[in-house]
Design a protein around this ligand. Structure first.
Ligand code: G6P
Length: 363
């Protein structure tokens, strides 16, 4: 049974391990052998008319939406904005002339996201797509179009495989839209191949968990706080990585844009403060390296998660490199495992963290 924990001590670990299989299922469901996406043409026509895409989500789904901004802008050349459902529901945004809304929601039941969808349908009368893990959920039923994440049931409160599935499905939609609009970058992007590479890379990381367990034991067992830093999509993954750590290990963890450290946050760095840097983008790698030096000289205990092509001998967690656009699929996995092992180290119930619910149906 898909929801059976099997020999795993916690669902979260099982769900982390399932990510390569989820990516394969997304390939099988949404891509032809040739790599051409198979999506509803009517939906793509509606999206092609959009002058701006709004991606609505909460928590981890919002973080997947941030990564989606880059995918839609690069592959489909549509201005794209990720928005927090709980904020967007109660503001008066000046929308573009032809907005298209994408709802990212694992459960399909998040009240904050639904509140925005109600406005989209009633007030703004704009087309929408819900990308969810749960068929016939509320947001699935109420959107104009729907796609399933194909992730299988996600039981652990801390979301892992739904996040990677959301990014992969966003990539499928962005590629399909870009192809439909004849954007050269979309044609040139071999998504089929890149998703296979991503699945293999995640497999390699989960096969080598022991290394991450050791790091969690050394750096995260007793610390009061921890920081993730990165630039561009690495920053977006830093936000998700910090959320994972907060949710299940109760370490006060924050994700920061590396370049912003010097504008205030660096005041928080003390001797031995763990700072985990994500480096997967060539354009900003040397800048983030500079920021690492700044925190190191103030005593930080630095850990790096770096793609192979940008790695130096001093880097600790070197991950396989694929297309930079899809590196979030890979770089988040060591962070998921770090959070998992930090929670175990501290003796918490990984799957059932205090104060949290899997699906939040209050605003
Ligand atoms: C809850 C969960 C989070 C999740 C968020 C959005 O707060 O604990 O893990 O990211 O809701 O959920 P959704 O089902 O809309 O993705």
């Amino acid at each position: 049974k898909a929801a059976d924990r099997g020999a795993y001590p916690y669902y979260m670990l099982k769900e982390i391990d399932e990510q390569p299989a989820v990516l394969h299922r997304i390939q099988e469901t949404y891509l032809q052998d040739s790599g051409i996406p198979v999506l509803d043409q009517e939906m793509l026509n509606a999206m092609a008319k959009a002058d701006r895409i709004y991606i609505v989500g909460a928590g981890t789904s919002y973080h997947a939406g941030l990564v989606g901004q880059t995918l839609f802008e690069k592959l489909a050349q549509v201005p794209t904005q990720a928005v927090l459902a709980s904020e967007f529901a109660y503001t008066d945004p000046i929308l573009s002339k032809h907005p298209f809304f994408i709802f990212l929601t694992q459960s399909g039941e998040t009240a904050d996201s639904r509140q925005v969808l109600v406005r989209v349908n009633e007030e703004w009368q704009a087309p929408s797509l819900t990308i969810t893990n749960v068929e016939n959920s509320t947001l699935y039923r109420e959107a104009s179009y729907q796609l399933l994440l194909q992730a299988g049931p996600e039981i652990a409160v801390a979301s892992t495989k739904a996040y990677t599935a959301q990014i992969a499905v966003e990539a499928v939609v962005a590629k399909a839209l870009g192809t439909r609009k004849q954007v050269p970058a979309a044609d040139a992007f071999d998504l089929q191949h890149e998703l296979s590479l991503a699945a293999n890379a995640i497999q390699a990381i989960v096969d080598d968990k022991a290394q991450i367990k050791t790091v969690a034991h050394k750096d995260l067992a007793t610390t009061r706080n921890a920081f993730y830093i990165g630039r561009g999509v690495d920053y977006f993954v830093a936000l998700e990585a910090a959320l994972k750590l907060k949710e299940i290990s109760y370490i006060q963890a924050e994700g920061f844009a590396s370049g912003e450290l010097k504008h205030g946050t660096i005041a928080l760095i003390e001797d031995q403060t763990p700072v985990i840097a994500l480096i997967t983008q060539a354009r900003t790698a040397s800048h983030t390296r500079g920021n690492i030096q700044e925190v190191q000289s103030r005593g930080a205990q630095v850990l790096t998660i770096v793609s192979e092509n940008l790695a130096k001998t001093s880097d600790q967690l070197v991950i396989p490199s694929i297309s930079e656009l899809l590196m979030p699929l890979i770089s988040v996995v060591p962070a998921q495992l770090l959070a998992y092992y930090a929670s175990l180290e501290r003796g918490y119930n990984v799957d059932q963290p205090r104060n949290l619910a899997k699906s939040v149906t209050v605003e």
